[in-house]
Ligand binder design. Sequence first.
Ligand SMILES: CC(C)(COP(=O)(O)OP(=O)(O)OC[C@H]1O[C@@H](n2cnc3c(N)ncnc32)[C@H](O)[C@@H]1OP(=O)(O)O)[C@@H](O)C(=O)NCCC(=O)NCCS
Length: 172
Amino acid sequence: MTEPVRVRRITGADWDTVVALEHDAYAPLGLSEGRAALQSRAAVSPGTCFVVDVGGRPAGYLLALPYPALTVPDLGRTGPAAAVPPGNLHLHDLVVAPALRRRGLARHLLRRLTGAARTRGDERISLVAVGGSDRFWSARGFAPHPDVVPSVGYGADAVYMSRPVPAPREVS
Ligand SMILES: CC(C)(COP(=O)(O)OP(=O)(O)OC[C@H]1O[C@@H](n2cnc3c(N)ncnc32)[C@H](O)[C@@H]1OP(=O)(O)O)[C@@H](O)C(=O)NCCC(=O)NCCS
């Protein structure tokens, strides 16, 4: 990729793009949450939510927020969460624009998230893999927890997974 790639925090001007990327990725699976829910999740933890720019334009996003380990967030709840101590960061969502996939943009976003997790003092990063993405996450060091069962709202093939926050020199 010759155009410059930059990961940064989400601003108000990014939301039309974020909402469109989310809709295109998840509406076909019946899993799209829509603008209000996405914005409310980012509002909980702006320092752990990012976009990746390619050539100065947003090409993907990642939303993560503190959430207790081995607990699946309730998709119906979008209001402010009670204060959660450092320990586990939950990666709620990661989407890269279809035309720009397989160029390492998700990896850029995940590296930034790992750095934010370290700075916060988190020990683990969790997520719910949806739409058959569990193989993607396994290749990035996430392991399933078969005893933690996501609610039906995440889709039939949802898998709760987590990994330790890697040390600075480990591959993230
Ligand atoms: C998953 C996703 C974010 C990856 O973004 P990306 O920028 O293409 O990722 P990267 O370029 O960093 O890595 C791509 C690698 O992941 C692999 N990959 C992507 N999606 C995959 C999937 N569903 N299952 C297995 N592997 C997958 C690619 O084959 C590629 O492997 P390679 O490098 O060996 O060729 C992107 O495909 C996407 O937005 N998908 C739709 C939304 C989604 O499913 N998000 C995760 C749900 S929790």
